[in-house]
Design a protein around this ligand. Sequence first.
Ligand code: DC
Length: 230
Amino acid sequence: MAQSMHQPVPVIAIDGPGGAGKGTISQAVAGQLGWHLLDSGSLYRVTAFAADRKGVALEDSEAVSEVARTLDVRFEYTGTDTRIMLEENDVTNSIRTEEVGKMASVVAADSAVRQALIERQRAFARPPGLVADGRDMGTIVFRDAGLKIFLTASVEERARRRYKQLKDKGMDVSLPALSRDMKERDRRDSERSVAPLRAADDARVLDSTELAIPEVVALVISWVNEVFPP
Ligand code: DC
């Protein structure tokens, strides 16, 4: 019987604070390469959203991790975007609100919840490759990723970008409130004891404050070509 050689799936881990552009950049890079995409934040958002809907207290570690473990979630690529289906209902827009973002950062601080979501995230690593976007992709979930990027930008710039993103979706938001929430979320994500937001020791730090999206994408693609030569 012929033995198939096990080739590790190439993984690009993109971590960084909220609003740094990880989602946009990861989607563009995955699209250009034709690789799979993992938006890990959406798993924490869906978990918080589903728990809240079921009337589970977000501080109830056991109950929330059970929600995470049994989550019936599907990512459906439509050809233009990815819809997030929770129990076959499209929750893509509902989980993008600031309120759900805050709830997500609460459940994400719970180690049992994180553990419950780890294998689900690793299952996204399938050929030809994966672009994984989150907070702990390079430090925990995909420690062996061939390319690790810590994408950041100043808090003012990140708040401005998030403001524009939400406004474009027709949501009613205030820039000072967003900026305040963003600092608070940064603090919670960075100071938590489990899987805190930090750059992996072997990550390349990319500050996008002064860069346009195509410039960031081009830089990442040049790194991909260097690290994973065709
Ligand atoms: O990237 P986002 O805003 O969708 O993430 C929502 C929350 O989930 C955010 O507070 C950080 C948390 N998160 C995490 O702890 N680990 C990840 N890999 C992704 C997100």
